[in-house]
Design a protein around this ligand. Sequence first.
Ligand code: IMP
Length: 216
Amino acid sequence: MVTFVTTNPGKVREARDYLDDPVEQVDLDYPEVQADDLATVAAAGARAAYRELGEPLVVDDSGLTIDAFDGFPGPYSSFVEGTLGIERVWELAEREDNRDAAFRTVVAYCDGQPFEASPEPVDTERRGQDLAAGERGEATTDAQVNADEGIPVKLFEGIVPGTIVAPRGDGGFGYDPIFEYDGRTFAELATDEKNAVSHRGRALARFAEWYAEADR
Ligand code: IMP
């Protein structure tokens, strides 16, 4: 069984499409750290949730990165969506020659154990222990910093490249109307079409492949 710690049941439904094991939602609103990259946020979330629950679990963190803005809004995507709104993000991107962007998801798995005995991850060799020093600012108090450094986390990233365009389409959510992939915006795709190519799907597929093989 996989415990998915999230307040969003939609993420759990999507995870069930990818995993052979049953997926259970734990609706825990763990504290999110502020950091410039999604991996750090996801890793910190997994550790915070593990500290709370003490059982194997996954969390995920997603965002839109815009090349002309050096990856912004990235981990701040939710805040920017709620403050500027996606129309404004399009207006800012419209001024740029380069409108390349990507949706990214990092799935973070934590069971409190080191991963030496596990098969290599499909996507990335990054583990909690492997994160660069600057990426370790996950914990929220000094006591947690010390406790956290010993908790390994395994990360799986899914990326879908696209282009920022004027809003089109009625489907999806969030930044979907301004994100064009292969000639259509994500808001113009049916849910199953989007899931088949989405960043979240790609990260979940990589996690599922590793989890099925993992020595647990
Ligand atoms: P979260 O990590 O899933 O909570 O997402 C963070 C931010 O990215 C929110 O503003 C979401 O609306 C946005 N976001 C995440 N995934 C998608 C997606 O598939 N399409 C559009 N926006 C997304």
